[in-house]
Design a protein around this ligand. Sequence first.
Ligand SMILES: C[S@@+](CC[C@H](N)C(=O)[O-])C[C@H]1O[C@@H](n2cnc3c(N)ncnc32)[C@H](O)[C@@H]1O
Length: 213
Amino acid sequence: MSLVKSKQRVADHGEVFTPAWMVEAMLDLVKGETERIDSRFLEPACGSGNFLVQILRRKLAAVELKYGKSDFEKRHFALHGLMCIYGVELLPDNIAECRDNLLEIFAQYLGLDEDDDLHRAANFVLARNLVHGDALTMQDSDKQPITFAEWGYLGKGKFQRRDFRFDVLTHSSAFSAEDSLFAHLGKHEIFTPARTWPPVTVAELARMQEESP
Ligand SMILES: C[S@@+](CC[C@H](N)C(=O)[O-])C[C@H]1O[C@@H](n2cnc3c(N)ncnc32)[C@H](O)[C@@H]1O
């Protein structure tokens, strides 16, 4: 794979992709987290997903080890693994490629075709989690504050979604510092979700994908 699309893009956006061997070496520095299905990763300049793709592969390998024998559990935990992967990317072609790359790996692992509810649900999740926007201004391409969905798996096929603003999340470490003025408030009081959604199933997520513009 070429690490550069054009000299102009390197000059304009610093677009140089990370080679596979380096991605693996860097992910090995946090190996345990990459192999945990529900660990959350955010790549603020994700390009076409060189890091996120390998993180997904590692999570799916963990799903196979733990839940490979049950189709129901495998499908739901694989979706939850995907739900825990986030990215921001400035360039529209890169973010589209990134979503496609992750969806292809997910679909291949579970043997899904495009009509499968789980394929549509994954598409919906990727459109929320992989944001076309600017990680520096923390605004999306419509100049709205970037909001990330936190997905939890409640079991029995139900997922819980809570939305948090990126700019608020990035201040979390300052608030929780021991000597901070706000330390006594605790994280939960300051970082309340912008929105909490009712629990949803794969079929409901698939329907949301069909209805989304
Ligand atoms: C050095 S490349 C790395 C891509 C990918 N992380 C990788 O390692 O292969 C940097 C990427 O960041 C994107 N980018 C540059 N400025 C950005 C910004 N302010 N917000 C989000 N993405 C940005 C570029 O379009 C490019 O795809």
